[in-house]
Design a protein around this ligand. Structure first.
Ligand code: NAP
Length: 258
């Protein structure tokens, strides 16, 4: 597994990120979900992504309870827009994740520049929680959106991390071409934002036999610090960890040759 700096955030992450938004599809209980997370950790996946809205924070929390907190980097999200809503959401996230701090908290699903402005109240709660040591890093996800929203979030000085859609054919992307979107990601990367990509296998809408090449495309994207894959079962972990390890080895050889 490759471990790398998440942009200029000061966090170190595994390049394969466990996108835990979908584990409720296959794990009936919090315990089953926690076992899946712990299996991934055993395989070296130290970067875990969730959101209050997914209802999977308790699954991660049950896993966190069984390990040392600093073994994992936890990224979660809130859709709250105002100060009070975000403040309450942060409190719930800390409780559900059984932790004193969130490594990364994202504004969930920013779709337009206006949407970012409308979250100013939530950002106030983020700032307060960061000053109190309850959040380490602030960021946003842009879900499937690109175009002017990317300008807005890249130019925002307090947004340290961006979770954006990116896959081999630009599927699901709305608001611009894949080439332009990748140029946005490059710009964000160049100025030190932490970059995670999602929808790498189009939320599962890719023939099973083609999944490895779509995932490899993600790992080949040099401007992505983290490849967020919505694993839901043990075979996914085996396949994705294998691809992550192969990619890490390729990148090491490339760096040595350079
Ligand atoms: N706005 C946001 O911030 C936002 C939105 C969406 C997702 N996310 C995050 O991104 C994560 C990934 O979700 P996504 O929507 O981008 O989906 P994705 O990773 O593109 O697709 C995940 C789905 O692909 C299928 N799949 C088949 N083989 C797989 C493999 N080897 N590894 C992983 N998945 C495989 C599974 O669905 P089947 O079992 O049905 O085949 C799985 O549920 C989420 O869990 C969440 O953490 C964030």
């Amino acid at each position: 597994m490759e471990y790398l700096a998440y942009g200029k955030t000061g966090l170190e992450i595994s390049r394969l990120c466990f996108g835990a938004g979908r584990i409720k599809n296959t794990c009936d209980t919090v315990e089953a979900g926690s076992k899946l997370m712990l299996k991934a950790l055993d395989e070296g996946v130290t970067f875990w992504d969730t959101a209050e809205g997914y209802g999977t924070q308790p699954h991660l929390g049950e896993a966190v309870r069984q390990i040392f907190r600093d073994e994992v980097v936890i990224q979660t999200k809130t859709g709250a827009k105002d100060y009070e809503g975000a403040k309450a959401s942060i409190t719930r996230s800390l409780q559900e994740l059984q932790t004193d701090y969130l490594d990364v908290l994202l504004l969930h699903g920013i779709s337009t520049p206006e949407d970012l402005v409308s979250r100013e109240g939530a950002l106030d709660a983020f700032r307060e929680a960061k000053a109190a040591g309850k959040i380490r890093v602030i960021g946003c996800s842009t879900h499937i959106h690109t175009g002017t929203v990317m300008d807005a979030v890249i130019d925002h000085p307090e947004i340290e991390v961006i979770l954006a859609t990116a896959n081999k054919e630009g599927r699901m992307l709305e608001g611009g071409s894949l080439d332009k979107h990748l140029a946005y990601i490059q710009r964000a990367y160049n100025i030190g934002k932490g970059i995670s990509i999602m929808k790498v296998v189009v939320a599962g809408d890719v023939p099973e036999a083609d999944i490895p090449e779509w995932i490899e495309w993600g790992f080949n994207l040099e401007t992505a610090h983290a490849i967020n894959l919505g694993m839901t079962d043990y075979p996914h972990i085996t396949l994705d960890v294998g691809l992550a390890r192969a990619s890490a080895r390729r990148r090491l050889i490339q760096r040595k040759a350079a």
